[in-house]
Design a binder for this molecule. Structure first.
Ligand code: UD1
Ligand code: UDP
Length: 360
């Protein structure tokens, strides 16, 4: 099978590594980088560390408004599809690259395969919710991270070619953890003892584009009474520079880190607070208590398991939970067995994909 895989943003690079490795054993895969993320620390570092094959195409769309960025990907990706005529297109997750990839392929009658299908926050103000809803309407095969996602698809009438394979982020995590421990010097570079700090990431539009919410996060982190390591996403860097609130001395802002450094920072943190989907799951993989700086989450199983707590952006709640939140001893295996990539490759090899309407 000739497959075109679309990647564009940081988590998509990480997710593509185990899938590409498995796909290329039995299929022909071309990798298309949309260029949505482009800074070295947001893009190339992941290709270098994870040994992701160099993209066959880089559409170099860069940043823009939702419409502008999505439209640029549509136009440039269509050209690739017309030239390469693949049997299917793989998109993952919920970025603008996901949306444009699925839309361009579907209009050319090329079946779309959605990895990380069926996730829902049920908040349509979230750009990612729109992207994943549309991708799931258009896709012909669905690989789900969790059983909850399978249920969400069923509730929307999507039951054909739906597979629970687990999380390819867990594949990447398990495969790279030993290497990360060996290669990363981040703890000594930052002078950190294991268990002596909390790790924070923030990049959701709902937090960065709302000065009141962002100010609350800044105030809360400054009051937790513990060292906070905060690798800052470029979107957040911009938003913080426009904000008239300053962090306390306990908060150390650093550049975004590579995957190995991030794994080591996560593994040695006492607690993690984030609005990232990937980091919420990685906290679970690493058995770290996680506070989610949002009002809802797609990763509800981690909350139900007692390892993730939705704290929103209320200052007192964040400070209290940071100091007291203690997960239970048990951790159910929500995200599969770390072989999602191989399962996807195998299932795809046995599927005959078409654009015909889904069974309802
Ligand atoms: C995107 C995804 C989000 C995902 C996140 C992963 C959408 C709608 N959102 O959000 O789902 O969780 O990626 O990190 O697709 N920028 C740079 N350098 C870069 C990339 C971005 O400076 O290499 C800055 C630009 O100012 C840009 C802003 O960050 O406007 C936002 O980037 P964008 O890709 O639009 O959205 P993310 O917030 O990264
Ligand atoms: N990540 C990283 N360096 C950082 C911040 C995050 O390598 O400085 C990794 C993180 O470990 C996870 C992925 O990026 O694997 C998550 O991406 P992000 O938070 O940008 O997006 P989301 O998962 O919310 O879509």
């Amino acid at each position: 099978m000739k497959i075109v895989s679309v990647v564009g943003a940081r988590p998509e690079f990480i997710q593509s590594a185990p899938v590409s490795r498995a796909l290329r054993k039995q299929h022909q895969e071309l990798l298309v980088h949309t260029g949505q993320h482009y800074d070295y620390l947001m893009s190339q570092t992941f290709f270098d560390e994870l040994g992701i094959p160099a993209p066959d195409y880089n559409l170099e769309v860069g940043s823009g408004s939702h419409a502008g960025q999505t439209a640029e990907i549509l136009v440039r990706f269509e050209e690739v599809l017309l030239k390469e005529k693949p049997d299917c297109v793989i998109v993952r997750g919920d970025t603008n690259s996901t949306l444009a990839g699925a839309l361009a392929a579907s209009k050319l009658h090329i079946p779309t395969v959605h990895i990380e299908a069926g996730e829902r926050s049920f908040d349509r103000r979230m750009p990612e919710e729109i992207n994943r809803l549309v991708a799931d309407r258009l896709a012909s095969a669905f690989f789900c991270v969790s059983q909850t996602a399978v249920r969400h698809l069923a509730a929307e009438g999507i039951t054909k070619n739906v597979y629970w394979v687990g999380d390819v982020m867990l594949d990447a995590n398990l495969a790279n953890r030993p290497l990360a421990r060996q290669k990363s010097t981040v703890l000594s570079t930052l002078g950190l003892a294991p268990g002596s700090y909390g790790l924070v990431t923030v990049h959701r539009a709902a937090n960065t584009d709302d000065p009141a919410r962002l100010a609350n996060i800044v105030t809360a982190l400054s009051r937790v009474g513990e060292t906070v390591i905060f690798p800052v996403h470029p979107r957040t860097r911009g938003a913080l520079s426009r904000l008239n609130v300053r962090f306390g001395d306990n908060v150390r802002l650093i550049e975004p880190v590579g995957y190995f450094d991030m794994m080591v920072l996560e593994e040695n943190a006492r607690i993690i607070a984030t609005d990232s989907g990937g980091v919420q799951r990685e906290a679970y993989f690493m058995s770290k208590p996680c506070l989610t700086l949002r009002d809802e989450t797609e990763w509800s199983e981690t909350v139900e398991a007692g390892w993730n707590k939705l704290v929103g952006v209320d200052v007192a709640t964040i400070v209290r939970e940071w100091q007291t939140f203690t997960p239970p001893a048990e951790q159910p295996p929500i995200f599969g067995d770390g072989h999602a990539g191989e399962k996807i490759a195998e299932i795809l090899g046995n599927l005959s994909l078409s654009i015909t309407p889904l069974t309802r």
